[in-house]
Design a protein around this ligand. Structure first.
Ligand SMILES: N[C@@H](CCC(=O)N[C@@H](CS)C(=O)NCC(=O)O)C(=O)O
Length: 200
């Protein structure tokens, strides 16, 4: 099985952390497509998107979209990526949902702010800034119940917040969010989180 990724992709990071945390590194070869323009051919040869992460399974299926890939990894691991307790599972899914929309919002805004100023939409930037702010607040509220659990919710949260540190440092997401900040410092001590953090 092969996971195609690029080093600083926050989406791919979710799959990369999951692979390490559930002990699948020996079963999934990880292939870094950086620099993307030179190495993207394998993505386009196997589907329309040209995005990472992508997972080529042993049966030859080429899976795209983070939520599909991590669902597959969860099944491979025998369900280790979500809690079995129903209430804890519901919480994990809520955290994963908010973290996914936060990541999508941060990603969109980051692309917008890197366009030529004459092509940027201030309305879009303002809308997505608001969405990110509300998402940080929602994660702060959930963080009281994060504990030290590692599941697709907390894996997605750490990946989104790490991306915010890189692309949106001026959001200053830690300000006024002490519970989330303390949790983030703690979870970043785990090898899977430290090894995959974006380099900038
Ligand atoms: N919805 C996709 C988003 C993945 C994505 O946007 N990946 C970025 C890297 S972080 C990418 O490959 N972008 C290339 C492009 O937009 O052409 C997912 O959840 O996997």
């Amino acid at each position: 099985m092969k996971l195609y990724y690029s080093g600083n992709s926050p989406y791919a990071r979710r799959a990369r952390i999951a692979i390490i945390e559930v002990g699948l590194p020996d079963r999934v070869e990880q292939i870094d497509l950086t620099p993307r323009d030179e190495n993207d051919a394998v993505l386009f040869a196997n589907g329309p998107g040209g995005k990472v992460p992508a997972l080529e399974t042993d049966s030859g299926a080429f899976l795209v979209e983070t939520l599909i890939i991590t669902r597959y990894l969860d099944e491979m691991s025998g369900g280790k990526l979500y809690p079995s307790d129903p209430a804890a599972r519901d919480l994990a899914l809520q955290i994963e949902g908010v973290s996914t929309l936060l990541m999508d919002s941060l990603f969109l805004r980051s692309h917008e702010t890197r366009r030529d100023p004459s092509e940027q939409s201030p309305a879009l930037i303002e809308k997505e800034s608001g969405r990110a702010g509300r998402s940080y607040d929602a994660l702060e509220a959930f963080a009281a119940d994060f504990g030290d659990a590692v599941h697709m919710g907390t894996i997605s949260a750490v990946s989104a917040l790490g991306y915010a540190d890189w692309r949106h440092a001026s959001d200053n997401w830690r300000a006024g969010r002490p519970v989330l900040s303390a949790w983030f410092e703690r979870i970043m001590q785990r090898p899977a989180m430290a090894e995959t953090k974006p380099i900038f």
